[in-house]
Design a protein around this ligand. Structure first.
Ligand code: ZN
Length: 445
């Protein structure tokens, strides 16, 4: 794969330049589809009712090994590949490194295909082109559609500031926009004729903030008022608030969410407004798989870390200064973090729903300067340089090695499946948190 670095770097940098947001990733998805098609993969595009979702497949029969790829960018994070905050003048930027995510996963699928071909291996390697991870829950629609039903194992990774393959954890999350409708009126001359939609939003927020004391610990509720009216002298007839509810378990999230809806209904009643809400996202927590995780970790150790060139060191030290660090800790780039059998959940990912459909395992590679948080301009900047490319190739190799293991080692597959079934429980029935709504294709418009 080493000799392919520049080939895949070119693809990743093109996607970095496109910087397309969730469900709008036409060029990014198109480029990955073309790359896979040129390598003999069969492409099904526009799956699950999403124009930028696709499945690329090579081979036939079982086992079926899936590699997930993402490619959406984040609004408001346009940034040049330089070590100071400088906008590239675009609507979005790759602050989560998904240009590298999609490309490395493509590289791993192609490398696995080449190995299968040369060794005459039976089975199927698939690449899942997964749009709109950032708040769009793209994979949930793909799981709901049954696209993973015949998959044996799904592999994924994520860009980061260190190299690691710990047991993953993430929070279940349900999000919605609550829209209040009132009656506008002159705020001084005829306030009695008006009913404020903003009052509805504020009353709802007060109730939800009181509720925080009476929900399970570790739950998280966040909101932003996305529309609070336009002028103080007009009673607003429209207001909107955007909510997230998160917890380690999806059933807790569903319960909290229902209580948030109750608060919204009460607020509407009390303020003489009307309310409707739209669920925009909903993801399960990650179901870990220790058997697969240990295998992935061994492969990552085999691949190893990398070192910066002198130019990369200069770049990294400049970024480190903006992060309040004296210099970049190069040790975290060249080494692999010790294995952790228990993950801590901070964010949420729609990989969670895949992990309840099939045994799923992931890793992370250092594509950013040590100390860089995700969703920052520093992440966009490093992701646009050779630092991002080097991290990406570590992920590509580790995923490919793990896929090869899974095709060769039937025991490993069986153990992974047994652990999966045990963790998921006997009476598990998949319920998507976002219900039966069609894909929210315009959530970024
Ligand atoms: Zn991400």
């Amino acid at each position: 794969m080493e000799n392919k670095t520049s080939f895949y770097s070119t693809i990743a940098m093109e996607i970095w330049e496109y910087a397309e947001m969730g469900f709008l990733e036409e060029n990014s998805a198109g480029l990955l589809q073309k790359t896979l098609k040129d390598e003999g993969f069969t492409i099904k595009s526009g799956v699950a009712g999403i124009p930028t979702a696709f499945v690329a497949e090579y081979g036939s029969g079982s086992p079926v090994i899936a590699i997930l790829g993402e490619y959406d960018a984040l609004p408001g994070l346009s940034q040049m590949a330089v070590p100071e905050k400088t906008t590239a003048g675009k609507a979005a930027g790759h602050g989560c490194g998904h240009h590298l995510f999609g490309t490395a996963s493509t590289a791993a699928a192609i490398a696995t295909k080449n190995w299968m071909k040369s060794k005459n291996i039976k089975g199927t390697i698939r690449f899942y082109g997964c749009p709109a991870e950032e708040g769009g829950s793209g994979k949930v629609y793909m799981v709901r559609e049954g696209l993973f039903n015949d998959v044996d194992v799904a592999l994924h990774w994520h860009p980061g500031a260190t190299n690691g393959a710990d047991v993953g954890a993430s929070l279940a999350n349900k999000s919605a926009k609550f829209r209040f409708y009132g009656i506008s009126a002159h705020a001084a001359a005829a306030p009695d004729k008006g009913r404020s939609a903003l009052d509805g939003v504020e009353a709802m927020n007060v109730m939800v903030n009181m509720m925080r004391e009476h929900i399970p610990e570790k739950a998280r509720i966040h909101y932003v008022i996305t529309d609070g009216g336009k002028a103080p002298n007009v009673v607003p007839d429209y207001a909107e608030v955007y909510y997230y509810a998160r917890h380690n378990y999806s059933d807790v999230v569903m319960d909290i969410f229902d209580r948030i809806v109750d608060a919204a209904e009460g607020a509407a009643k009390g303020t003489g407004t009307t309310m409707e809400f739209e669920v925009l996202g909903g993801v399960h927590e990650l179901l870990p798989n220790q058997v697969l995780q240990e295998q992935m970790y061994q492969n990552l150790v085999r691949v190893g870390g990398y070192n910066y060139t002198d130019d990369e060191k200069v770049f990294a030290d400049k970024i480190a200064l903006t992060l309040g660090l004296e210099s970049a800790n190069l040790n975290t780039i060249s080494t692999i973090q010790p294995y952790q059998a228990e993950g801590k959940a901070f964010g949420s990912t729609d990989v969670g729903d895949v992990s309840f459909a099939v045994p799923t395992v992931g890793m992370r590679a250092a594509t950013w300067v040590p100390g860089t948080p995700a969703h920052s301009w520093q992440a966009v900047a490093a992701g646009g340089t050779s630092i991002g490319e080097k991290g990406m190739m570590i992920a590509a190799k580790t995923l490919a090695l793990t896929a090869v293991d899974l095709f060769q080692n039937e025991d490993l597959l069986m153990q992974a499946k047994a652990e999966f079934l045990e963790r998921r429980g006997d009476n598990f029935i998949y319920t998507p948190l976002l219900g039966d709504r069609p894909p929210a294709l315009d959530y970024r418009k």
